[in-house]
Design a protein around this ligand. Sequence first.
Ligand SMILES: [Zn+2]
Length: 176
Amino acid sequence: MLDSPIPPYVDTRKAFLQEGKTTGNITLSRLPRFVECLASDQGSVQVELSFELNESGKQVIKGQIEAQVEVTCQRCLEPLGIAISDDINLALLRRQEDAEKLKGELDPWVCEDHKLDVANLVEEQLILSLPLVSYHPDKTCIERLEYSAKSSADKEQVNEQKDNPFAVLKVLKESD
Ligand SMILES: [Zn+2]
């Protein structure tokens, strides 16, 4: 996939007439609702969209989204890098009412004018394809966390003993 930014809008009249393609990347700052579902705003998203008419003359947007982002591990609550890959198969509709007539593997995408907001479409697809829960592949992530919490607690205990004035008293008392 190309490494140039995807245009913010596509004129759907032109896109379908030319059976065009748009390829590029999209920064996470353009996808604020998606970023809200993530552990950080670090990552990348690549998009490839093609505008085709299917056998029955329907306007279809096909393509692929690939994203590398950071979500929160539900076991240890630390960030976790994941890759998302999603196929796009959308029927472009002018009205929400037309969505009921759709059948098969096409999902509806309603765009009332000719200006298709690409970021909005990509954002919606990404949110839908985010896994509900994610975990580090290594099951020991929580053990590692418990271990580091335990070792820092041990250190605190050592410090307490050193600084404890009563420890000195105890020694004096014993020498009486
Ligand atoms: Zn984890």
